[in-house]
Design a protein around this ligand. Structure first.
Ligand code: GLU
Length: 544
C-alpha cells in the first residue's frame, strides 16, 4: 500500500467500490436519441419557493418535451437548515402543479439512493480515489485560522479564499496528515485545484450562450467535518452517476460553474449541459429585487395553494416568464394546454424574470372562467374542504345552488369573470345562502331608513302582485314603479323635476336589502335562485 493509499484509507475507511464499479452500477441511460434527463434537487428547508417551482417546472418540461426523464433528488446535506416534513410538502405541491416525477426520492428508480445523506458510500468511494491520485487532501485549518487568513486577504485587497499560498494544508506531508488524523484532529477534505484565476475557460450555457469565465483556483471543501459532502462535490458525483444530461438550476450557481467544470474534468466524467435560469425578481416601487420569502407571501408556493389559485393559472404564468413567445402561442391557440407548448432555451429572458401578481390574477380569472363547471365545482369543493370551512359548509348545504351561482353571468354578452382565486368566492356569494345572509344583517345601509322601508315594501308588492322578474321588460316595469316614488328616470328628469334620487338608487336599495352588498350579481338571477319566499323575508327585514 502506498502512503497515499494509506491516507485515503484512513479518510474513507469503509470504501468497497471503485469509481469503475460505480460506472457499471449506474450505466448511461438507455433512452432515445435526444431525450434529456433533468432533475429537481431541492434542499428540504421547509417550503417550496416560487422560484423553485419555476425551476422544477422548466426542468420537468424540458425532460418531458423530449421524452426524457425528470427525477427528484433531495439535497439534505445541510443538516442545520433542514426542516422535518418539508420533503412531503414539497412532493405534494409538485404533484398539485402536475409536475410529474418519473423517478427519485419517494419514487422508483435505478440510480438511487436519491437522498444525499444516504449516498455517503458513493461520495467516499470517489474521495478515496481522489486522495490516492492527489486530487484531494485533508485540511485541518480551524475556523479561527481561516478567519485570520480572510482578514489578511481583505487588508491586502486580495481575493478571499483558500488558494495558492493561502492553501496551507496543501503542503502538509502525507505523514503529517496521517498523524493528525490518527491523533483525532478534526478535518475537512479539499479538492486540489490545478486552476489559475488569470486564465479563462469557455463555458456554454444553454440559455446564456457561450461565456468566458475565470478558471477556478480555490481548493474548495468537498467533504465537511461532519462527513457530509458539500453542494459542489455532491452535484458532480450525483449528476454524473444519475446520468443527468441537462443541469437546470438557478443563476446563483453560475459563478460556481468553473469549479464544477474543473471537477468533472479531473474525475474524467462527461460534462453535462448547463442551463442557468434567470432569478425571479419583484418590482418593489420601481426597484427590482429578488422575490423574498420574508417580504413577499407570493414567494412561497403555499400562498397560491392556500389562496386557491387554479394550478393551471400559475403554470401558464410560469410559461410566460420562461419563454417570451408563449403569450403569442396562447393567443393563437386559445384552447391549448401548457403541455402543448414546447419550451426553448433561446426564448428565455436573460435579465431576470419579473414576477407580476396582477398578471397572474388576470390569467387566473380567465382560467376559472373557462373551466368546465363540473370541474370547477369539484376543484373548489376540494380546496374549500381544507382551506375554507365557511365555503365548504355552503357547498354541502346546497350544491345545486352553488353550481347555479358559479354559472351566473357566464353567457352574458359581457361575461362576468368574478374570481381569480377560490378564496374570493365565499365573501362574494355569502349572501346567497339564507344561513350566511343573516350574519350580514348588522351591516349598515347607506340610505335613509324610512326611504329603504318604503322602497322595500313597494318592491315587495310588485313581486307579489305584478310581473315575474325577468331579464327583458321587468326593469322597465320597475322603472315606472320607482318613478311613482320620485326616483328619476334619468339626469334630465332629475333636473327638470328637482328630484333627489335616480332609478339606480332605487335598484341599489333593493340590492342592499337582498344582499347587503352594493355590488352583487344580477338581481333577477338572485331572486330566481333564492326564491320568492326568501326574497320577501329579506325585504321584510328591511321594512322593519
Ligand atoms: N440544492 C440546491 C438548491 O436548492 C440545488 C441546486 C441545483 O439545482 O443544482 O439550491
Amino acid at each position: 500500500m502506498t502512503k497515499q493509499e494509506e491516507l485515503a484509507k484512513l479518510m474513507c475507511p469503509n470504501v468497497k467500490m471503485t469509481i469503475e464499479d460505480l460506472e457499471k452500477k449506474y450505466p448511461p441511460r438507455n433512452l432515445k436519441e435526444g431525450a434529456k434527463v433533468t432533475r429537481f434537487a431541492p434542499s428540504p428547508t421547509g417550503f417550496l419557493h416560487t422560484g423553485s417551482l419555476f425551476a422544477s417546472f422548466v426542468a420537468s418540461k424540458i425532460a418531458h418535451d423530449s421524452d426524457g426523464i425528470f427525477y427528484l433528488r433531495i439535497e439534505d446535506t445541510d443538516t442545520k437548515r433542514e426542516v422535518k416534513g418539508s420533503v412531503d410538502t414539497l412532493v405534494k405541491q409538485l404533484s398539485l402543479f402536475n409536475i410529474t416525477i418519473d423517478e427519485g426520492y419517494g419514487f422508483n428508480g435505478q440510480y438511487g439512493p436519491y437522498l444525499q445523506s444516504e449516498r455517503s458510500d458513493i461520495y467516499n468511494s470517489v474521495i478515496y480515489e481522489m486522495v490516492c491520485k492527489g486530487l484531494a487532501y485533508p485540511c485541518f485549518c480551524s475556523s479561527e485560522e481561516l478567519n485570520a487568513t480572510r482578514e489578511i486577504q481583505t487588508s491586502n485587497k486580495e481575493r478571499p479564499g483558500y488558494y495558492g499560498k493561502y492553501a496551507k494544508c496543501r503542503n502538509l506531508s502525507i505523514d503529517e496528515a496521517i498523524m493528525k488524523i490518527k491523533n483525532g484532529e478534526p478535518y475537512v477534505v479539499r479538492f486540489k485545484s490545478d486552476g489559475n484565476f488569470e486564465n479563462h475557460i469557455d463555458f456554454h450555457d444553454e440559455i446564456r450562450g457561450d461565456l468566458s469565465l475565470s478558471e477556478n483556483d480555490l481548493d474548495i471543501v468537498i467533504r465537511k467535518s461532519d462527513g457530509l459532502p458539500t453542494y459542489h462535490f455532491a452535484h458532480v458525483c450525483d449528476d454524473h452517476f444519475m446520468r443527468t444530461t441537462h443541469v437546470i438550476r438557478g443563476e446563483e450557481w453560475l459563478p460556481s460553474a468553473p469549479i464544477h467544470v474543473q471537477m468533472f474534468k479531473a474525475l474524467n466524467f462527461k460534462l453535462p449541459h448547463y442551463a442557468h435560469l434567470p432569478v425571479i425578481m419583484k418590482n418593489d416601487n420601481g426597484n427590482r429585487r429578488k422575490l423574498s420569502k420574508r417580504l413577499d407571501p407570493e414567494a412561497s408556493v403555499s400562498y397560491f395553494v392556500e389562496q386557491g389559485y387554479p394550478t393551471d393559472a400559475l403554470l401558464i404564468y410560469l410559461c410566460t416568464i420562461a419563454n417570451s413567445n408563449y403569450e403569442e402561442f396562447r393567443l393563437a391557440n386559445v384552447d391549448s394546454k401548457v403541455s402543448d407548448f414546447k419550451l426553448s432555451y433561446d426564448k428565455f429572458s436573460l435579465d431576470g424574470a419579473l414576477f407580476d401578481l396582477e398578471k397572474i390574477n388576470n390569467i387566473s380569472k380567465d382560467v376559472i372562467f373557462k373551466m368546465p363547471i363540473d370541474e370547477l365545482i369539484e376543484k373548489v369543493k376540494n380546496w374549500a374542504k381544507t382551506y375554507d370551512n365557511n365555503l365548504y359548509n355552503l357547498i354541502l348545504e346546497d350544491e345545486d345552488m352553488f353550481k347555479k351561482i358559479m354559472n351566473f353571468g357566464k353567457n352574458d354578452p359581457q361575461p362576468r369573470k368574478d374570481y381569480y382565486k377560490y378564496a374570493e368566492i365565499y365573501s362574494h356569494i355569502q349572501y346567497m345562502y339564507k344561513s350566511s345572509f343573516d350574519s350580514l344583517l348588522a351591516e349598515e345601509t347607506p340610505y335613509d331608513k324610512a326611504l329603504v322601508s318604503k322602497v322595500c315594501s313597494v318592491f315587495k308588492e310588485s313581486l307579489l302582485n305584478g310581473m315575474k322578474p325577468n331579464k327583458e321588460d321587468w326593469f322597465a316595469y320597475q322603472k315606472e314603479i320607482a318613478r311613482k316614488l320620485d326616483f328619476a328616470y334619468n339626469k334630465k328628469d332629475m333636473r327638470d323635476n328637482q328630484l333627489t334620487y335616480m332609478f339606480s338608487d332605487y335598484m341599489a336599495i333593493i340590492r342592499v336589502a337582498l344582499t347587503k352588498r352594493k355590488n352583487a350579481f344580477d338581481l333577477v338571477d338572485i331572486i330566481e335562485t333564492i326564491g320568492i319566499n326568501e326574497t320577501i323575508r329579506r325585504l321584510d327585514l328591511s321594512v322593519n
